[in-house]
Structures are given as structure tokens and as C-alpha cells.
Design a protein around this ligand. Structure first.
Ligand code: AMP
Length: 193
């Protein structure tokens, strides 16, 4: 099973990717998580990415494409993967197409989580207040506003990109977490081998 989860910040991609990966025994590949780990470990990539992430801007395409390419080759991704937060630009989607083509792998579906934008700020604030750990440094109103603008400008065009390839499926992301999970499973059962 090879799935992309698409949707704006706060749509619930991370939560759904986590449980979907567990339910189906596939790897969850979250570029945001990997970049946050790189920031915490102060690797060269992390040092470069930190201020970009804090602002809510996008890390350069070649950086994320490289980390995704390496991660896809790890054994736990052999049975399938769920991409959370990647691709985020048309250039990344094209690079992913080339990468998967070289590995002779096809995507099963791209699942768009559709959400009401006005609910996103509330969701992110809730996530920040419930988190036992330090609040994510980009979970604040200013960075979120920018992340939403960046999503609209750079990531939303992927809806048409994947629609044109016949891969786009849409799920109502405003339902409860288990309902969204069930709707995703339904899409997966209809589209994945
Ligand atoms: P996320 O956890 O997916 O919301 O990602 C947090 C931040 O990491 C984003 O606001 C970006 O700065 C960076 N990031 C994550 N994934 C990507 C990506 N595919 N391309 C560029 N930047 C990314």
C-alpha cells in the first residue's frame, strides 16, 4: 500500500498517518518529524532548517527529496508507506514520480483531508495546549498563518496534479478522528493492492 496524505496544517494528517501505518504494518514517512529530529540533533540539515521551519516556510525541495529518497530504501518501507507532509510542492511531486519510477513502484492513492480553514487555528492551539512536551516552535498564530498561506500557494496545486493522474480521493477531515480513520480505510480498501 502506497498512500499520500494531503491537507493543510492541522488537518489531522500526522494523527491519521500514525494509526494507518500501525493498522497496516507499513512505514509512516513524515518529513516534518524527520526535520524536527534533525533540528533536535543539530545535524547540518537541522541547523539549516530550523529558522525556515520556525517561520512556517518550506525547506528547499532538494533537502526533503533527499531525505525521502533515503528513507524509502529502508526495509520497513518495503511493504508500503504513507507519506505525511510530502510532497508539498509540484517540484517535489515530480521528483517523487521520478524516484518511484526508478524503484518501479506505483502510488495507490492520494487522500486529501478536506477541512474548514477557520477550524485549523483552533485545532493547532488545542494541539499546543494538550501536548505534554514543549510546544512546537511553529505552533503559534503567526507561523500558522504563514503555513496556511504557503499551503494555499505551493501545496494546494497538488490537488489538480494528482487529480489529473486519477489518484486523488477526498475524505471529510472535519469528522471525528475515528470517523476520518474509517473513511481513509475505506479508500485504501478500494484502491490499494
Ligand atoms: P509538518 O510537521 O508537516 O507541518 O512540517 C513542519 C515544517 O517542516 C513545515 O512548516 C516546513 O517548514 C518543514 N517541512 C516539512 N515537510 C516539508 C516538505 N515536504 N517540504 C518543505 N518543507 C517541509
Amino acid at each position: 500500500m502506497r498512500i499520500i496524505l494531503l491537507g493543510p496544517p492541522g488537518a489531522g494528517k500526522g494523527t491519521q498517518a500514525e494509526t494507518l501505518a500501525e493498522r497496516h504494518g507499513i512505514c509512516k514517512l513524515s518529513t516534518g518529524d524527520m526535520l524536527r529530529a534533525a533540528v533536535a540533533a543539530e545535524t547540518p540539515i537541522g541547523l539549516k532548517a530550523k529558522s525556515i521551519m520556525d517561520r512556517g516556510d518550506l525547506v528547499p525541495d532538494e533537502v526533503v527529496v533527499q531525505i525521502v529518497s533515503e528513507r524509502l530504501d529502508e526495509p520497513d518501507c518495503a511493504r508500503g508507506f504513507i507519506l505525511d507532509g510530502f510532497p508539498r510542492t509540484v517540484a517535489q511531486a515530480e521528483a517523487l514520480e521520478r524516484l518511484l519510477g526508478e524503484k518501479n513502484i506505483a502510488l495507490d492513492a492520494v487522500i486529501e483531508l478536506k477541512v474548514d480553514e477557520s477550524a485549523l487555528l483552533a485545532r493547532v492551539e488545542k494541539r499546543a495546549s494538550e501536548s505534554g512536551e514543549a510546544v512546537r516552535s511553529d505552533d503559534n498564530a503567526e507561523a500558522l498563518k504563514n503555513r496556511l498561506a504557503v499551503y494555499r500557494e505551493q501545496t494546494a496545486p497538488l490537488v489538480a496534479f494528482y487529480e489529473a493522474r486519477g489518484l486523488l480521493r477526498t475524505v471529510d477531515g472535519m469528522q471525528s478522528i475515528p470517523e476520518v480513520g474509517a473513511a481513509i480505510d475505506e479508500v485504501v480498501s478500494q484502491n490499494a493492492a
